[in-house]
Design a protein around this ligand. Structure first.
Ligand SMILES: [Zn+2]
Length: 201
């Protein structure tokens, strides 16, 4: 039941790494890695979104509030779909107005938790109810996605050319010709397919 497929963080942004927790195939999302709230926390920890002590606290809270945890997981899956739709339209150079309309309520929720706190000589961002609200892992992810969309890098968001992959990334390669999520997976599959096609012809 528990999908223990390791998470891959190849998106270059937590918002895209969340999108990449499932395969976006021609038949819809497949191989969902977010099969439990625990897995969501593990993903967030690996993405650098939560520190390990916060992750531990969230797991403990989830054990005592399975309903709250289930709700947070379903919110994460829904945010993942919305982020995917937005970045998909951007990657293809399409009008993203409709997709952004779905994203904005998530941004409102996230930003309603954002605070500034004294941190030495400066102030730093922090989140109200951080590590206490099971959904807190989503707030910085949505905020990061909005920051990416409003940055110059929004035009460098690309999608893997692999069949039935659909993973997304910020293309930071020098010539902006990145095609694959990872050369070792989709890039190699495509290379082998080309080789087989050559051999059979
Ligand atoms: Zn791929």
């Amino acid at each position: 039941m528990e999908d223990s497929t390791p998470f891959r963080y190849i998106g270059g942004d937590p918002a895209l790494d969340l999108v990449n927790t499932v395969d976006w195939t021609s038949e819809g999302p497949r191989r969902d890695r977010l099969v439990s709230y625990d897995r969501l926390v593990t993903w967030a920890e690996g993405a650098g979104v939560v520190a390990s002590d916060v992750a531990e606290n969230l797991r403990r809270i989830a054990r005592g509030d399975s309903q709250g945890a289930a709700k947070a997981l379903s919110r994460a899956r829904s945010a993942r779909r919305i982020l995917r739709d937005v970045f998909y339209e951007f990657a293809l150079g399409n009008d993203a107005t409709g997709a952004l309309e779905a994203l904005n309520p998530l941004l409102t929720i996230a930003l309603s938790r954002l605070r500034v706190e004294q941190s030495g000589a400066l102030a730093a961002y922090s989140w109200h109810e951080w590590g206490e609200n099971p959904s807190c892992v989503l707030w910085p992810v949505v905020f990061s996605g909005a920051n990416l969309l409003t940055s110059a890098e929004a035009t460098h968001v690309g999608m893997c050319s692999g069949e039935d992959c659909g993973w997304m990334f910020v293309d930071r390669s020098r010539n902006r010709l990145r095609r694959w999520c990872e050369m070792e997976t989709c890039g190699t599959i495509a290379k082998n397919q080309r080789r087989r096609a050559r051999q059979s012809s």
